[in-house]
Design a binder for this molecule. Structure first.
Ligand code: GLC
Length: 423
C-alpha cells in the first residue's frame, strides 16, 4: 500500500513537472533586442534585462550586440531590415535614422501604444526627431549632447577659467599644452558620422548651418567657411589638435588620449563623464562645460541620442512594447544616469537631487537642450551625411580648400534633394 502511494506521488509530481515545463516553454516569448554600445554599457544593460525578465517571467530577452560605431550599426539595419527580417523585435536606433527607417516601413508606429501624458513627460526636442509625417516611431531612451571636457586641475594650476570662445580655447592651449607636453584640443575628425556632429557644432557656433527651417540648403556661406577654416587650422595652423585628427580621431580614440593624460580639452558625449570618474588617474581632475563659440555666435551642441523602436515586422509587438516601457521608465533611466552617465530623456529627472549630485553638469545639459542643434530629419539624411563626411574631411586632410569643399557640398546636396523630390 505504502509502495503504491509512493509510486502514485512520484507519478503525480512527474506529471506536474511535465505540465509546468510545457506551460513554461509555451508561455515564454523570446524577444530579440538589437543594441550597439560600449562594453560597460552592454554589461549594465544585461543587468537591466535580468530585472525585466524577473518582473515579466513569460518574456525572455536575447541581446543582439552590434558594434558601437553608429555607421556600422546603420549598415547592419540596412541589410537586415532591408531583407524584411522579422527576428529583431526591439532596436536601439540613432536619432538620425528615424525618418529613413520610418519612410522605408521598417518601424512600428507607436502613437497608439503611449498615452498623451506619458508622451509629454519626455524632453520636447525628442518630438521633433521621433515624429515622421505625423506619426511617432521611437521612444527617447538616452539623450545626448556634445560637451567640452577639460583638465580642471591644470586650468586651476595656471589660474585660468574654461573658455567661452574658440579664441580663448586656443590661447589656453598655447599657454598650457607645450609646457605640460600634451595636445590642446581633441575632437572627432575622421570621415564618419561623428565628424558631421563636430562640423555642425563648429558652424552652428558661428551662426552657420546646413539646411534652414524652410528646407533651403545654406552650406556655402561665409560663416561656414570661417568655421571650417578654423577646424583645419586647429590641426595645421595653431597645431593644438593632433595631425591624425582627420584619419584616426573618433569618440573612443579621442577619449583614450584624454584619459591617458594626453589632452587638455576634449569634445565628447556625456558617457565620458562616468568613465573619467571611475578612472583613478582622472578622478577629480575633469570639469565639463558647454562647447565654446565664435565671438559673434553661441554654443551649439548637437543632439545625439539613442532611441528605442519596434521592428514593424516583429511578431511580438506587445511584448516588445513592454520592454520599451520598462527601459524608458523613470526608474530605469535614473539607474542608467547613475551608472553610465546617460542623460535621461524624462524631464522630471533633471531635478532629481541624487542625479544632480552625480552629474553636476545636468543643469548645463538641460539649458543646452532647449536650443540644441538637430541634424536634418530627412529620409535621405545618410546621403547628406556621406557628402558632408567626405568633403569636410578633405579640408582637414589638406586635399581641398574650404571654398571648394563648401561649394561642392552645396551642389551635391541640391542634387540629392531634387533626386528625392522626384521619387
Ligand atoms: C553618438 C551620438 C549619435 C551620433 C554618434 C556619432 O553615439 O549619440 O547620435 O550619431 O555619436 O558618432
Amino acid at each position: 500500500m505504502i509502495k503504491r502511494t509512493l509510486l502514485l506521488s512520484v507519478y503525480i509530481l512527474l506529471m506536474l513537472w511535465v505540465v509546468y515545463t510545457f506551460l513554461r516553454t509555451k508561455k515564454t516569448d523570446e524577444l530579440v533586442f538589437s543594441i550597439g554600445a560600449g562594453t560597460k554599457e552592454i554589461r549594465f544593460i544585461k543587468t537591466l534585462i535580468d530585472k525585466f525578465e524577473a518582473e515579466n517571467p513569460a518574456i525572455k530577452v536575447t541581446l543582439n550586440v552590434l558594434p558601437a560605431p553608429t555607421d556600422q550599426q546603420h549598415h547592419y539595419y540596412i541589410t537586415t531590415c532591408g531583407a524584411k527580417n522579422k527576428d529583431v523585435d526591439v532596436m536601439r536606433i540613432d536619432t538620425i535614422w528615424i525618418a529613413e527607417f520610418a519612410s522605408a516601413g521598417w518601424l512600428e508606429s507607436l502613437g497608439n501604444y503611449i498615452d498623451e501624458e506619458d508622451r509629454a513627460s519626455f524632453i520636447s526636442v525628442t518630438e521633433k526627431i521621433n515624429v515622421f509625417q505625423g506619426n511617432l516611431y521611437a521612444i527617447p531612451w538616452n539623450a545626448n549632447i556634445g560637451l567640452l571636457y577639460y583638465r580642471k586641475d591644470l586650468l586651476e594650476k595656471y589660474n585660468l577659467q574654461p573658455p567661452d570662445t574658440w579664441e580663448e580655447l586656443i590661447d589656453i592651449c598655447i599657454k598650457i599644452s607645450p609646457t605640460e607636453s600634451m595636445y590642446g584640443y581633441l575632437w572627432q575628425g575622421k570621415q564618419y558620422e561623428g565628424l558631421v556632429c563636430n562640423f555642425i557644432e563648429f558652424i552652428g557656433s558661428n551662426n552657420g548651418g546646413i539646411i534652414d527651417d524652410t528646407g533651403r540648403i545654406i552650406v556655402d556661406s561665409e560663416q561656414n567657411k570661417i568655421a571650417l577654416d578654423f577646424m583645419h587650422d586647429l590641426i595645421w595652423e595653431y597645431r593644438v589638435s593632433p595631425q591624425n585628427t582627420h584619419s584616426e580621431l573618433m569618440e573612443e580614440s579621442s577619449r583614450h588620449l584624454f584619459q591617458q593624460g594626453k589632452g587638455l580639452f576634449l569634445r565628447n558625449w556625456t558617457y565620458v563623464w562616468d568613465l573619467c570618474q571611475e578612472d583613478p588617474s582622472m578622478k577629480g581632475k575633469v570639469g565639463v562645460s558647454q562647447l565654446p563659440k565664435f565671438s559673434h555666435g553661441k554654443p551649439a551642441s548637437v543632439y545625439g541620442g539613442w532611441h528605442l523602436a519596434i521592428n514593424s515586422r516583429s511578431e511580438k509587438k506587445k511584448q516588445a512594447w513592454q520592454l520599451l516601457e520598462f527601459l524608458t521608465s523613470e526608474k530605469v533611466q535614473k539607474e542608467l544616469a547613475l551608472n553610465l552617465s546617460w542623460i535621461p530623456s524624462r524631464r522630471s529627472l533633471y531635478k532629481d537631487p541624487e542625479l544632480l549630485e552625480k552629474l553636476p553638469f545636468l543643469p548645463l545639459v538641460e539649458t543646452a537642450l532647449k536650443d540644441v542643434q538637430i541634424r536634418p530629419n530627412l529620409p535621405y539624411y545618410q546621403w547628406v551625411s556621406d557628402v558632408l563626411q567626405k568633403h569636410v574631411n578633405k579640408v582637414l586632410s589638406n586635399q581641398a580648400n574650404s571654398d571648394v569643399a563648401l561649394r561642392t557640398i552645396n551642389a551635391k546636396l541640391e542634387g540629392i534633394k531634387s533626386e528625392f523630390a522626384e521619387n
